[in-house]
Design a binder for this molecule. Structure first.
Ligand code: CAA
Length: 408
């Protein structure tokens, strides 16, 4: 039987994240959006409560939360403010390749740095000439003795200006296309420069920077996985993190839906609250359906991961649908508010600006469709065995199947 009921523990996690979003994020979200304020205090508090790095295994200082737990947290934090939620969630993106490909020592060192203090890490994949087309990147890593020397520039890097370390993708074989990319964990030192902080349309409380590596040396032990296997590591990472982005999109959509619903009951036109007009009712109804359907896909994509299954297809379904729905729902919320929706004194125009990035980062909606088309047409999701897992993922899947067997 399929059961969508959350466990008591999951309800508690959701409640804690909601409480934090309501009390600590919402009251400042619109000011932070206006001023582009860096949410340092909120980062510190969220870190203390375990709302950051939640999916890190306990042995590396995390709380060992599941992917579904992570999505419950993501939706609530983004309901508060998607810019702040992105800031709080980006460590998981940087850490996933480390969890997948790092040695025990590397995991202890670098995940430990994030769990022993409220530090940040960034995922450096995108370059000015390599966005969706990852394999055309120009950053290089050249092996010299027992070190790699990295040179190149990465753009649109979340938390880049404040990161303690970076997961960096670079070419180790210029002529091998996607099979010539490797991934490294790179601590910040004086050869790493922050060249630019972007002034963005939305998500203004998050930091987005251009980072350059200038003859940056890292020990060979900082290579994640095998040399020239970095592209696959990036794809496996995105399979695992796209459900989280989908949960942020649902958080934005839900916030817009709630504001629009409430406003439609207050705003009187033609002698009745506008909620009495069928034109408005249908918009509200579509918003409700999109939030619900997006959440179900998001949960499914996370639950598949937690069960140790390959989730590439559903992860892209969830990210694509939730992101596009967030854009539609927030645009309709502005419509329900009418002219007031276009004014910054009202809350929904921020949500519309924040929603846009959901269709762009961690793979555009068009890239998600490409992945879906490939999976559906080639049937890869059906024929291929389960993906390689981290030891921790294998442990979680084993525990879940034992629990399922015991319940049956
Ligand atoms: N898991 C494991 N391996 C995978 C995989 C997956 N999900 N998907 C592909 N692969 C493997 C394939 O099996 C293939 O392996 P072989 O070399 O053995 O043949 C290899 O990877 C190449 O696969 P494809 O031929 O499917 O690759 P492609 O080049 O046609 O397409 C793509 C790949 C889907 C377009 C990919 O490049 C992509 O996802 N692009 C979007 C990048 C992206 O999301 N960027 C976001 C940056 S992060 C960010 O935004 C965060 C921030 O801080 C702002």
């Amino acid at each position: 039987m399929v059961d969508f009921t959350l466990t008591e523990q999951q309800e508690n996690i959701r409640e804690m994240a909601h409480d934090f979003a309501e009390k600590k994020i919402r009251p400042v979200a619109w000011d932070y959006d206006k001023d582009g304020t860096w949410p340092r205090e909120i980062i510190d508090k969220a870190w203390e409560l375990g709302l950051m790095n939640s999916r890190f295994p306990e042995r590396y200082g995390g709380v060992g939360a599941s992917n579904l737990d992570g999505c419950l947290i993501g939706e609530e934090l983004a309901w508060g403010c998607a810019g702040i939620a992105t800031t709080l969630g980006a460590n998981e993106l940087a850490a996933t390749p480390v969890l997948l490909g790092g040695s025990d020592q590397i995991k202890r060192t670098y995940l430990g740095r994030l769990t022993e203090a409220p530090r940040l890490a960034s995922f450096c994949l995108t370059e000015p000439g390599a966005g969706s087309d990852v394999s055309s990147m120009r950053t290089t890593a050249v092996k010299r003795g027992d070190k790699y020397v990295i040179n190149g520039s990465k753009c649109f890097i979340t938390n880049g200006g404040y990161a303690d370390w970076y997961t960096v993708y670079a070419k180790t074989d210029m002529d091998a296309g996607h099979r010539g990319i490797s991934a490294f964990v790179v601590p910040k030192d004086n050869t790493v420069s922050v060249d630019k902080h972007e002034d963005k349309m939305g998500l203004r409380a998050s930091n987005t920077a251009t980072i350059s590596f200038n003859d940056t040396e890292v020990p060979a032990a900082n290579l994640l996985g095998e040399e020239n296997h970095g592209f696959k590591l990036a794809m496996m990472t995105l399979d695992r993190t796209r459900p989280g982005v989908a949960s942020l999109a649902i958080g934005i959509a839900r916030a817009a839906f709630e504001f629009a619903t409430e406003y439609s009951k207050q705003r009187v036109q033609f002698g009745v609250p506008i909620a009495m007009h069928q034109a408005i009712q249908f918009m509200i109804a579509d918003m409700a359906t999109k939030v619900e359907a997006g959440r179900l896909l998001t949960w499914k994509s996370a639950a598949q991961l937690d069960a140790g299954e390959r989730n590439t297809l559903v992860s892209s379904h969830a990210k694509r649908f939730a992101a596009d729905s967030a854009m539609e729902v927030t645009t309709d919320a502005v419509q329900v508010y009418g002219g007031y929706g276009f004014i910054k004194d009202y809350p929904v125009e921020k949500l519309m600006r924040d929603a846009k990035i959901m269709q762009l980062y961690e793979g555009t909606s068009q890239i998600q469709r490409s992945v879906i088309a490939k999976e559906v047409l080639l049937g890869r999701n059906v024929d291929e065995p389960a993906p390689e897992q981290t030891p921790e993922e294998t442990e979680v899947a084993k525990q879940q199947s034992e629990t399922a067997a015991a319940v049956a």
